[in-house]
Design a protein around this ligand. Structure first.
Ligand code: TYM
Length: 331
C-alpha cells in the first residue's frame, strides 16, 4: 500500500522558538517512519514581511540545519527550499483565480499582520494563504502537521481544493490538519493569553531553540504566573497552564502527575525544574545544530537533492492542473 503523504513548512523569518518546536518540528520527526513526508522552508512566504536579503539567506540555512538537528532524516523525508521549486508559485497563481477576496479578508493572521505593517500592506500578505494552499495541494498531501494558529489557513486550503475539484473534476487530495491536543498553542511567557511568537518585541516572552542554559533559566524564572500560589492546571491560571503544558510535552509526564508532584511546592521550585526539563530537551538538538550549521557543503547537498525530489512530485500535479484549466502543453 502507498504511504499517505504529509506536507508542512516553516518560515525562515528569524530564530525558531520553543513554540515552533513543540507545535511543529517535533511532530514532523514522529511522522517520518509512517508517512511520505515533505518538509519545506518557505522563503517565498517570508518575503511578505520585509527581510534583509543576507539575513534571509542565513535564516533559510538555519531552519534547514534545525530540521536536521531535530531529527528529520533526509533519507526518509524530502527536505527542500520553497523557491527552488517554481511549481509552488505557478500553482498559487491558478489557485488565486478561484479564491474569493472575501475569504482572504477574513483570515485572522492577515488582519493581525496588516495592522502591524500598514505602510507595507502588500498584495503578497493578502494572498499568502493561497501560496500555502499551493504548497500543500501540489504534493497531494493527506495530512498537514501544524500548530493551532494555522488552522484557518488549512481550512482555506481545503475549500480551494474542493472548489477546484468541483469545477474541473477530481484533481487534489483534500488535506486534513494534524493538530495535537497538547502543545498546539504554546503561549507567550510574559502574556500567557497570546501565542509565543518570534516576532514579539519582548525577548522574555519566548524561548529560542538556541538560547543558552542561563537564558532559558532566566526566562522561565521571569515567566508570568499568578497570585493564587498553588500549582494547578486551570484556565484561571493561564501562565501556569502554559508552563505545565511545556513540562508535560518535553518530559513525557502527564499533566496530572506534574500537578501531583508540585502541588505542595512553590512556583519557584516548579520553575527551577522546568528550566532543567527544557535545557535537557534542547541540549542534544543544540549540539547537533552546532555541528551541522557550518557545514555548508552538507547543507547544500541536502537541499539540492531535496529540490529534485520535490520537483518531480510537484510537476506531476502542476501538469494535471494546467491541462484541466485549458492550457496547451508545450510539447
Ligand atoms: P510559521 O513559520 O509561523 O510556524 C511554523 C510552525 O510552528 C507552529 N507554531 C506554533 N505552534 C505552537 N505554539 C506556538 N506558539 C507556535 N508558533 C508557531 C506553526 O503553527 C507552524 O506549524 N504559514 C506557515 C508556514 C507554511 C506552511 C505551509 C505550513 C507555509 N506553507 C504549508 C504548513 C503547510 C507559518 O507561517 O508557519
Amino acid at each position: 500500500m502507498e504511504k499517505k503523504v504529509v506536507f508542512s513548512g516553516v518560515q525562515p523569518s528569524g530564530a525558531l522558538t520553543l513554540g515552533n518546536y513543540i507545535g511543529a518540528l517535533r511532530n514532523f520527526v514522529e511522522l517520518q517512519d509512517e508517512y511520505d513526508c515533505n518538509y519545506c522552508i518557505v522563503d517565498l512566504h517570508a518575503i511578505t514581511i520585509p527581510q534583509v536579503p543576507k539575513d534571509l539567506r542565513s535564516h533559510t540555512l538555519d531552519v534547514l540545519a534545525m530540521y536536521l538537528a531535530c531529527g528529520i532524516d533526509p533519507e526518509k523525508s524530502t527536505i527542500f527550499i520553497q523557491s527552488h521549486v517554481p511549481a509552488h508559485t505557478e500553482l498559487a497563481w491558478v489557485l488565486n483565480t478561484i479564491t474569493y477576496m472575501g475569504q482572504l479578508n477574513r483570515m485572522t493572521q492577515y488582519k493581525e499582520k496588516s495592522k502591524k505593517s500598514e505602510e507595507n500592506l502588500n498584495a503578497g500578505l493578502f494572498s499568502y494563504p493561497v501560496l500555502m494552499a499551493a504548497d500543500i495541494l501540489l504534493y497531494q498531501a493527506d495530512y498537514v502537521p501544524v500548530g493551532d494558529d494555522q488552522k484557518q489557513h488549512l481550512e482555506l486550503a481545503r475549500d480551494v481544493a474542493i472548489r477546484f475539484n468541483n469545477k474541473y473534476s477530481d484533481t487534489f487530495v483534500v488535506p486534513e490538519p494534524l493538530i495535537k491536543e497538547f502543545g498546539a498553542r504554546i503561549m507567550s511567557l510574559q502574556e500567557p493569553t497570546s501565542k509565543m511568537s518570534k516576532s514579539d518585541q519582548d525577548k522574555n516572552s519566548f524561548i529560542l531553540l538556541m538560547d543558552d542554559e542561563e537564558t532559558i533559566r532566566r526566562k522561565i524564572k521571569r515567566a508570568v504566573t499568578d497570585s493564587v500560589g498553588k500549582v494547578n492546571y486551570t484556565d484561571e491560571q493561564p501562565g501556569l497552564k502554559n508552563l505545565i503544558n511545556i513540562y508535560s510535552v518535553l518530559s513525557g509526564k502527564s499533566v496530572e502527575d506534574i500537578v501531583n508532584m508540585y502541588k505542595e511546592l512553590s512556583y519557584g521550585e516548579f520553575k527551577d525544574d522546568l528550566g532543567e526539563v527544557v535545557i535537557n530537551a534542547l541540549k542534544p538538538i543544540q549540539d547537533r545544530y552546532k555541528e551541522i550549521r557550518n557545514n555548508k557543503e552538507y547543507l547544500e547537498a541536502i537541499y539540492a537533492e531535496g529540490a529534485s525530489k520535490a520537483e518531480k512530485k510537484a510537476i506531476k500535479t502542476l501538469r494535471k492542473v494546467y491541462k484541466k484549466v485549458g492550457f496547451i502543453p508545450r510539447g
